[in-house]
Each structure stands twice: as structure tokens, then as C-alpha cells.
Design a protein around this ligand. Structure first.
Ligand SMILES: [Zn+2]
Ligand SMILES: [Zn+2]
Length: 168
């Protein structure tokens, strides 16, 4: 959706509510398509004393297997968006100013990039997720498996062998 901002820019104390949803189900991330439901955008573009500002909340469900145990997990994430809009800028570019030279805002493009750069790097079913046993593959959140618990890290095993050799 392209938003024409001209009437906001020229009129002091005007505002435009934004309520929009965007399909991002085609976005592939770490081998999955986690944005199955449309991304929601709720906010306002307002002109206060000739300062045009776009404040919004972008929320989306991230649906994918847990990074540790693989269990299908849905988590809702909300991003806060708050930028000033300007037709041109004097001096250095700033992260808090969005330049809209033709007084048009491509909302889809904005939401797309905002969501993509903020996708979660960690997706867990719970912070306490115990993951799966590397030996038998059992989901350890369902209880312990029967594998010997004194499993040694293969790197430590190499070290242990070295130490043993030195002691022999
Ligand atoms: Zn998990
Ligand atoms: Zn096991």
C-alpha cells in the first residue's frame, strides 16, 4: 500500500490512523516460512507543529520449530516503530528520520524491511527448553532418557586421552 502523505504534510494538527496487515508468508528464514499469519500494523501518522511523525506497533507471530528441541512453537513479537517523516534532510542522515521526497510512503516496503531486520535470532518453546538427547533423540522436556549421564564432551575426551598419555 502506498500512502499519500501530502494532506498530512500541508495540514498542521492532522493525523491519519494506520491499520493494516501485510502478508509475509513468502519470507523464508532459516529454512522455514515462519510468518504464516499476516503481520499487523497499528499506528498513526500525525502532523504536530509541522513535525510529521509515524508511530506504530508492528506485531507478528513467528511459527517454527524450537531451536533446541524442534517442537512446533508460536511466539508473538511486537516492534515499536517511531520515526519522523521529512521531505528532505539537511545535514547527516538519521535513523530516526524517514525521507519521503515525493510525500508518498510505501508501507509494504517499510514493514517488510522492519520485520526482516528484527526477526528473532533465537526461537525457543521455553527459555528452559532442555532440547533433545544427542544420543537417542528423545525430547528431554518429556523426561530424562536412559542414556548414560556421564557423557563426556568429545573435545574433553581428546583432552582426557592426552592427559592420560602424559601420565603414562
Ligand atoms: Zn524446545
Ligand atoms: Zn538419550
Amino acid at each position: 500500500m502506498i500512502i499519500d502523505l501530502k494532506h498530512i504534510f500541508v495540514k498542521d494538527n492532522s493525523s491519519l490512523p494506520i491499520e493494516y496487515s501485510l502478508d509475509m508468508s513468502d519470507v523464508e528464514f532459516m529454512g522455514e516460512y515462519p510468518l504464516k499469519k499476516p503481520v499487523k500494523i497499528n499506528g498513526t501518522i500525525s502532523n504536530k507543529a509541522s513535525l510529521v511523525r509515524f508511530e506504530a506497533q508492528i506485531s507478528y507471530d513467528f511459527e517454527a520449530g524450537c531451536d533446541r528441541c524442534g517442537e512446533y512453537t508460536v511466539r508473538t513479537h511486537t516492534l515499536t516503530f517511531d520515526k519522523s517523516l521529512a521531505v528532505s534532510i539537511e545535514g547527516e542522515e538519521s535513523d530516526t528520520i524517514l525521507i519521503t521526497p515525493d510525500m508518498k510512503l510505501d508501507l509494504d516496503e517499510l514493514v517488510y524491511s522492519e520485520v526482516i531486520v528484527n526477526l528473532p535470532m533465537k526461537h525457543l518453546c521455553s527459555e528452559e527448553c532442555r532440547g533433545i538427547c544427542f544420543k537417542c533423540g528423545k525430547n528431554l522436556n518429556d523426561g530424562d532418557c536412559d542414556c548414560p549421564k556421564k557423557e563426556i564432551d568429545p573435545r574433553l575426551a581428546v583432552l582426557a586421552d592426552l592427559l592420560k598419555e602424559n601420565n603414562d
